[in-house]
Design a protein around this ligand. Structure first.
Ligand SMILES: [Zn+2]
Length: 545
C-alpha cells in the first residue's frame, strides 16, 4: 500500500461527487481476522479517522487515521485504507468511519475461517455424482437424488456401444459433465492442502456419509473422485479425456438429465494427470487403506508405461461434443506425473524423466496457473521431497523461482487497493487463480518464513470474501452479500431461494464487470478447480487445535 502516492483531496472530491455515507463504502474481509495477522479495510469515500467498536456495547476499542487517498486505474477509484493490524483482541466488532458510516460487523479470533473451510470442502460432497446428496446450510436443505446412473456409453471408445461403469466423481462446474484434466489439478490441489496442513485438517469432521471407512473426512471426499478416475482408465492404461453428454443440458436438477453420456477418446494430457493424482493417492491413502493405495499405484504405473511408448502429444477427438474441451499440451502434465511417481516409489526412471523435463523449463514456477499449466505441482513435489538423489542445481533454481514468484505476488497485492494479488488482468475464472496463488506464497514461507507471504495469502481470503470493488463475498452462502444467482444448474430449479452453499464464482472479465446473473457463465460460474484452490487458501488458516 505504501507504494501509492497520495493525491490531492480536492481533486478527488471532483471525481467522487458526494460521498454516499453508506456502509457499503467500507470493504473488508467479512469472514473476519486472525488476531496476530494484518487487518485492513478499503474505504471508497473521503475520510480521515476511523475507530473499531465493540458490537455488543458500542465502545471504542481502537482508533486510528486512514492512509490515502490512493488511486487505482482499473477500478477507477480513489480509496483510503484503515489499518488496525495492531488490534488483536478476540471479539465481534465494526469499523466506524466519521463521514462514511459503519461497516458490517466482523469477528476477530483464531477460528474465524473454520466454518468457511468446512462449507467449501463440503461443497465437493454436494457436487457428488452417482448418488443422492443432502446438506443443510443456514436453515435451508439442499438435496438431489442419485444422478447419471447410466454413466457412461462406449460409442466413442469402443469396442462397442454398450455401457461401462463410469458412475461417481464430482460434477465439474455449473454443468454436470466430468473431465479428467480438470479433475487432475483439482485433486492435486486438494492433496497439497492435505500435505501442507494435515495437522490442522485431520481431526476436523466434515459430516460426510461413510463412503470410505477409516479415512479422515478430508481424504474421504477426495476418494470419491479417485474412485471415479480409476474408472476413466481404458485398456492398456490410456485414460478417457472426459465423460460427457454431447451438449450442455438446461437448468434442471442432475437426476433429471437423462441424455446419454459417453466416455470420450483418450488424451495424453488426461492420462498424465491421471498418473500424477493416482501416485499422490497411493501416498496419502496408504496409512488408511493400503490395498486401495496399491491399486492406485498400479494404475498410475500402468498408465505411465503406456505414455512412455506413446510420447506424442495425443489430443482427444471431441468432434461430436459441444461440452468443455480442456485442450492443453501435455509436457507439464508428464512432468508432474514423473515427479509424483518418483516421490511415491523412489524409482529412478521417474526421477530421470522429471529432471530432464524440469531442466528444460525456462521458468520453474508460474504466478498464474491452472489446468493448462500444472508444472508447479511437479516442481513443488520434487523440491520438498525428502528423497535422496536430487540435482542440487535444479533445486537451487526452483528455490529461486518460488521465492521470486512469491515476492512478485506480494508486491502486486501491496500495490492493489483491494489486496488483489494478481497482476491487473482478468479472465474467465480468475478468482480461482487468485485463490491458487496461496500455494506459492505458502511454499515460499516454508523455504524462507516471512510474515509478508502469510499476510498476502490472507489478502487472498480477504479479497474473495469482501475486500473488493463490489464490497461483496464471491462465495455462495458465506460472508457479506454473497452471490445469489451463480451459474450452477442445481441452484436454478431446486425451489430454494439461496444458491447451493460454499462455491466460489469465477469473477469479472474486467476489473468491474462481474454480474451476479445466472446466465453469465463467463463471470458467475462455479468450478471444481477454482474451488480446490479456495479450499487450499482457507486450509492454511483454520484454527490449529
Ligand atoms: Zn450426476
Amino acid at each position: 500500500m505504501n507504494r501509492h502516492k497520495p493525491l490531492a483531496v480536492g481533486f478527488l472530491l471532483f471525481f467522487l461527487g458526494s460521498a454516499s455515507g453508506a456502509d457499503q463504502d467500507i470493504r473488508l474481509n467479512s469472514l473476519g481476522f486472525i488476531p496476530k495477522f494484518e487487518k485492513k479495510a478499503t474505504i471508497v469515500s473521503v475520510c480521515s479517522d476511523f475507530t473499531v467498536k465493540n458490537v455488543q456495547n458500542g465502545k471504542t476499542v481502537f482508533s486510528g487515521k486512514v492512509s490515502g487517498p490512493f488511486h487505482q486505474d482499473d477500478v477507477g477509484q480513489d480509496v483510503w485504507i484503515a489499518d488496525f493490524s495492531s488490534f488483536r483482541k478476540k471479539g465481534e466488532y465494526y469499523l466506524d468511519v466519521p463521514g462514511v458510516g459503519r461497516s458490517m460487523s466482523f469477528p476477530i479470533g483464531e477460528e474465524v475461517y473454520d466454518f468457511a473451510y468446512y462449507t467449501t470442502v463440503r461443497s465437493f460432497y454436494l457436487w457428488r455424482c452417482g448418488t443422492a446428496v443432502e446438506g443443510v446450510h443456514e436453515g435451508c436443505r439442499f438435496a438431489h437424488d442419485a444422478c447419471h446412473m447410466e454413466d457412461g456409453f462406449q460409442d466413442y471408445v469402443g469396442p462397442d456401444s454398450t455401457r461401462r461403469d463410469g458412475t461417481g466423481g464430482w460434477h465439474d462446474a455449473g454443468d454436470y459433465n466430468k473431465y479428467v484434466v480438470n479433475a487432475g489439478i483439482t485433486v492435486g490441489n486438494l492433496f497439497l492442502a492435505w500435505d501442507h496442513f494435515r495437522l490442522r485438517l485431520e481431526k476436523r469432521s466434515l459430516g460426510l456419509p461413510e463412503t470410505a471407512p477409516g479415512y479422515p473426512d478430508f481424504l474421504k471426499e477426495i476418494k470419491w473422485e479417485t474412485d471415479w478416475l480409476l474408472k476413466m482408465a481404458l485398456d492398456s492404461g490410456k485414460v478417457s479425456h472426459k465423460l460427457s453428454a454431447l451438449g450442455f443440458c438446461g437448468f434442471i436438477m442432475p437426476e433429471a438429465e437423462l441424455e446419454k453420456r459417453y466416455f470420450t477418446d483418450w488424451s495424453s494430457t488426461a492420462t498424465a494427470d491421471f498418473c500424477a493424482v493416482m501416485a499422490m493417492a497411493a501416498r496419502y491413502f496408504k496409512p488408511f487403506d493400503p490395498s486401495y493405495a496399491r491399486s492406485c499405484l498400479d494404475a498410475a504405473g500402468k498408465s505411465y508405461a503406456f505414455l512412455k511408448i506413446h510420447p506424442e502429444n495425443k489430443r482427444p477427438n471431441q468432434r461430436a461434443f459441444r461440452t468443455g474441451f480442456y485442450g492443453s499440451a501435455d509436457p507439464d502434465d508428464r512432468l508432474w506425473a514423473a515427479a509424483e511417481l518418483w516421490e511415491t516409489t523412489g524409482d529412478g526412471q521417474y526421477l530421470s524423466d522429471f529432471e530432464t523435463r524440469a531442466e528444460a523449463c525456462r521458468r520453474k514456477m508460474f504466478r498464474n496457473w491452472d489446468w493448462g499449466e500444472v508444472s508447479n505441482l511437479g516442481m513443488i513435489t520434487y523440491f520438498f521431497s525428502k528423497r535422496k538423489g536430487k540435482n542440487t542445481e535444479l533445486i537451487d533454481s526452483i528455490r529461486r523461482d518460488i521465492l521470486a514468484t512469491a515476492d512478485s505476488i506480494v508486491q502486486i497485492a501491496d500495490q492493489d487497493v483491494y489486496g488483489r494479488p494478481l497482476e491487473g488482468r482478468y479472465w474467465w475464472g480468475c478468482n480461482g487463480a487468485i485463490a491458487r496463488q496461496a500455494v506459492v506464497l505458502q511454499m515460499a514461507n516454508r523455504i524462507s518464513p516471512n510474515p509478508e507471504y502469510v499476510n498476502t495469502a490472507l489478502d487472498i481470503v480477504g479479497h474473495l470474501f469482501g475486500r473488493n470493488v463490489y464490497g461483496r463475498s464471491f462465495v455462495t452462502g458465506l460472508g457479506h452479500m454473497p452471490p445469489m444467482k451463480p451459474h450452477d444448474r442445481r441452484s436454478g430449479p431446486d425451489g430454494i431461494d439461496p444458491p447451493w452453499p460454499g462455491y466460489l464464482v469465477g469473477g469479472g472479465l474486467t476489473a468491474t464487470n462481474w454480474t451476479d446473473v445466472e446466465a453469465d457463465f463467463r463471470t458467475n460460474e462455479i468450478a471444481i478447480n477454482w474451488q480446490a484452490a479456495l479450499v487450499y487458501a482457507l486450509a492454511g488458516f483454520v484454527e490449529d487445535r
